[in-house]
Ligand binder design. Structure first.
Ligand SMILES: Cc1cc2nc3c(=O)[nH]c(=O)nc-3n(C[C@H](O)[C@H](O)[C@H](O)COP(=O)(O)OP(=O)(O)OC[C@H]3O[C@@H](n4cnc5c(N)ncnc54)[C@H](O)[C@@H]3O)c2cc1C
Length: 324
């Protein structure tokens, strides 16, 4: 039974603790409930938005005329490619995960079962669905690396459609789901056997590094702007970038923001981390407006100095583009 709430403040649903009220809000725990919720929005001619952990969202302060559907469809199971449970096979073990499963739960599961390929994603908040949508990654590993199939819901026909890995158009922090707005329902990974102790140790070391950048109570949405891929930057612009800023074929957005003095800047409760210029933190009852204005100010400075248009990695909800 779906329980719709009216005028629900989205600040409760984002890791930034920012966001105005949405006209309707509902949590779904099964795929049937998700379909019902989408049908409801369509019947009411109301736009809808599926969210997971709200860890990659900047939502406007103003009210949103929308149904926000919080995906809590949870579950992990592992099968041998021919259906036998948890047996090693040359092609690897298939792990099937419902999209509302917390990513950390999946990472822990794979480590405990000695399955290699997701351990470096430890510490990334949010759900598996949110991670697939933005092809989340860290320390050289991306969620897309071992995905073989995704079950989705076609939002127009409300039919289930399967995508194999190439059909998902995965790229750096990008996937086809940013364009087609299909609902991600279930994700199937194929993972190779590894040593649980070694995987655990790797994850432990990464988590320790992450805790320095993201202390437990931090209110943020991860890195705000995407890093830049050198091969995608026109030569005329690339010549403006000091070569030492290029790291493994990418230019970290943070290093350009640092060059224009972003580190430690503050505006009305929002602070850019003094230790990382691409990390915007809600320190003291900050608003989306302050966050947006601070981000825009420094994106313009980067554009003026380097000719580079930074693009947000974070999804802007009910807000205009940072740079046209
Ligand atoms: C402290 C911190 C550290 C972070 N570190 C990293 C990092 O190292 N690497 C990294 O890549 N990211 C990082 N992030 C960003 C964020 O955690 C990831 O992008 C995460 O994968 C988002 O998942 P989510 O469930 O919270 O998505 P949400 O924020 O809820 O949603 C993000 C987008 O995904 C869409 N979406 C969500 N679920 C579905 C679904 N089932 N079907 C279709 N669309 C869907 C939403 O509509 C929205 O557009 C960090 C964030 C924080 C707060």
């Amino acid at each position: 039974m779906l329980h719709f709430l009216d005028n629900y403040p989205l600040e409760y649903m984002t890791t930034l603790s920012i966001g105005g009220p949405t006209k309707k809000f509902v949590k779904v725990k099964t795929e049937e409930e998700l379909i019902k919720a989408i049908k409801y929005a369509k019947d009411q001619l109301m736009p809808y938005l599926i969210i997971g952990g709200g860890s990659n969202l900047l939502v406007s302060d103003e009210a949103i005329d929308c149904l926000v559907i919080k995906n809590e469809i949870n579950g992990i199971s592992a099968t041998h490619p021919r259906g036998e449970k948890m047996r090693l096979h040359l092609r690897g073990i298939m792990v099937s995960t419902k999209s509302g499963t917390p990513l950390q739960k999946l990472v822990n599961y794979t480590i405990q079962h000695g399955l290699s390929g997701l351990q470096k994603l430890t510490g990334i908040p949010g759900t598996v669905g949110g991670a697939v949508y933005g092809n989340a990654g860290a320390y050289g590993q991306s969620i897309s690396d071992h995905i073989i199939k995704i079950a989705t819901l076609n939002p127009d026909k409300l039919t289930i459609e399967q995508f194999n890995n190439p059909q998902c158009w995965f790229n750096y922090r990008d996937s086809i789901f940013k364009q087609n707005k299909y609902a991600i329902l279930e994700v199937i990974f194929q993972l190779k056997k590894g040593d649980p102790k070694a995987l655990q140790q790797e994850a432990k070391e990464i988590l320790a590094k992450r805790l320095v950048r993201y202390p437990p109570d931090i209110k943020c949405s991860g890195s705000f702007f995407k890093n830049l891929i050198v091969s995608e930057i026109p030569r005329g612009i690339l010549k403006n970038i000091p070569p030492e800023k290029i790291v493994y074929g990418k230019i970290p957005a943070g290093s350009l923001l640092e060059e224009v003095g972003a580190k430690g800047q503050k505006l009305d409760g929002i602070e850019i981390a003094p230790y990382h210029a691409n990390l915007f933190i809600n320190k003291n009852n900050g608003t989306a407006k302050a966050f947006y204005n601070l981000a825009k100010t420094y994106a313009i400075k980067v554009k003026n100095k380097f000719g580079i248009k930074l693009e947000p990695e974070v999804q802007l909800i009910n807000l205009p583009k940072i740079l046209e």
